[in-house]
Ligand binder design. Structure first.
Ligand SMILES: Cc1cc2nc3c(=O)[nH]c(=O)nc-3n(C[C@H](O)[C@H](O)[C@H](O)COP(=O)(O)O)c2cc1C
Ligand code: SF4
Ligand code: SF4
Length: 438
């Protein structure tokens, strides 16, 4: 068994938190600095990994994710540690969890901790401080006790699984002034190679992730970002960056595969309880689809028992209809679906009032990995689909996982809806795009 302290910490705040946790988790930790390593590594189930990254725009820095993807977990236990600069961490922990679980790690605990903001140093200045130190040490003791119990379970975190908040990067790109003595340290230490050794004063703005490492380590204090822009953005963000934000601890807890499926987490699609529910729904669907089309009372009764909810009693679903679980489908008032409506409802499918579904429409929520080995493990996840009020979905439309369609929308026949569609439009095509406002 070995312990690993795996971190991405351009200006040292994340590493400070990681070291406090590691000290009280006990045992020797081997450091793996994601700023430098590009090597592939295999862990095994006896290993314990503390994986730490800062939050950039509520996400894990892309370079850290890329490097974590070259690791193979082999069942190693993981403690996730996201360090944020007193605003919010949003999807950082879920992105770390999803990435590592996909690589075969088992997430047992997660910490979200505050450190001084690496761009706006006037926020969370000096953190982690004495109070944080005491809190983080208590977290480490609780995590250690939790690991010793070694109970099966999963981490239920704040943040959206799989469909993360977009982060477009920061406009703050440091350049050096005439104090630069050409030592080359910044070029050597930049985690993304954005400073060319042959042109130390400049920066490749396309590559630079604004991590501020070069600014922090320059012995001549020669690198800096545009002070005016820094002050303007700092001023604009001060309402969300001010005050004292908290540190948080999450421990894995018993969770059924069904609970994981509904929470949008990875789950096993061959779980016994889920297979049983799929079969129960299949039996009801067979009954429904084989009823006389004129037996409206029985059709109505069975359809109500299949669907999660209906807005009123005026819904109408033509035969045949197919779905997976049924209970994740919620339809609004006066719902109408034509022949061959197919819904793979691993995640919630919520349809508003006065919606018309054309013949042969399919809605999918289940997602599989594009990695064949991972896909063949039968682990998958699901993303919800939302459809607003007064929507007409034309014949043979396919709606993919995670899509939201607004109110008063018409989707043209045969379209494949890959991205969200706003309110009040006609949208067509593959990929489906708005072509007309209403
Ligand atoms: C480009 C960039 C984006 C950031 N975005 C966020 C954010 O969305 N929320 C937040 O609370 N802090 C944010 N921070 C602050 C860092 O998460 C925080 O300062 C962290 O401690 C930096 O880690 P490091 O000291 O290991 O480099 C951002 C920092 C940078 C450089
Ligand atoms: S670290 Fe500072 S002094 Fe050294 S090359 Fe970079 S900017 Fe110049
Ligand atoms: S050039 Fe950009 S990415 Fe490289 S160390 Fe400096 S701030 Fe970070």
């Amino acid at each position: 068994m070995a312990n690993f302290n795996i971190f991405f910490s351009p200006t040292g705040g994340t590493k400070k938190v990681a070291d406090i946790l590691a000290a009280d988790l006990g045992g020797n930790f081997h450091n793996i600095d994601l700023s430098h390593t590009t090597e592939k590594r295999k862990f095994d189930e006896k290993d314990l990994c503390l994986v730490s990254a800062p939050s950039y725009g509520g996400r894990v820095p892309a370079i850290a994710i890329e490097r974590l993807k070259s690791f193979s977990g082999g069942g190693a236990k993981v403690i996730l540690n996201c360090v944020y600069g007193n605003r919010a961490w949003e999807d950082t922990l879920t992105e770390l969890q999803d990435t590592l679980e996909k690589q075969g790690f088992t997430c047992k605990a997660a910490v979200a901790a505050v450190a001084e903001h690496s761009l706006f140093r006037q926020f969370a200045t000096g953190r982690p401080d004495e109070k944080d130190n005491a809190e983080l040490r208590t977290f480490a003791v609780k995590i250690k006790e939790h690991l010793e119990k070694d109970e099966a379970g999963a981490l239920r975190l704040e943040g959206r699984h799989m469909k993360y908040k977009p982060f477009g990067g920061s406009p703050l790109k440091p350049e050096s002034n005439d104090d630069c003595n050409g030592c080359g340290l910044c070029a050597k230490e930049c985690p993304v190679g954005a400073i060319a050794p042959s042109n130390l004063k400049s920066v490749d703005k396309g590559l630079c992730i604004s991590c501020m490492r070069c600014v922090t380590i320059c012995p001549k204090k020669a690198r800096s970002v545009n002070g005016e822009i820094l002050a303007q953005i700092g001023e604009r963000l001060s309402p969300v960056l001010g005050g004292r934000k908290d540190n948080h601890l999450f421990l894995s807890e018993p969770m059924t595969e069904k609970e994981k499926m509904i929470a949008g987490m990875y789950y096993s699609a061959i779980d016994h309880e889920l297979l049983k529910e799929l079969n129960e729904t299949k039996v009801l669907l067979q009954k429904y689809n084989n009823l006389s089309p004129l037996d409206m009372d029985e059709r109505h009764k069975i359809m109500k028992s299949i669907l999660g909810s209906t807005g009123d009693e005026e819904f109408f679903v033509m035969q045949p209809f197919l779905c997976d679980y049924g209970y994740n489908i919620h339809v609004g008032k006066r719902f109408f679906a034509n022949f061959n409506f197919t819904v793979l409802d691993e995640a919630e499918v919520r349809i508003g009032d006065d919606c018309f579904i054309g013949p042969g429409v399919s809605i999918y929520t289940a997602c599989h990995s594009t990695d064949p080995a991972e896909r063949n493990s039968r682990r998958e996840w699901a993303e919800p689909v939302r459809i607003g009020n007064n929507v007409w979905i034309g014949g043979s439309v396919t709606i993919l996982p995670g899509v939201s369609i607004g109110n008063n929308v018409t989707i043209g026949a045969g379209s494949v809806v890959v991205n969200d569609i706003p309110d009040n439009v006609v949208a067509v095509g593959n990929p489906c795009r708005p072509v007309k406002s209403i």
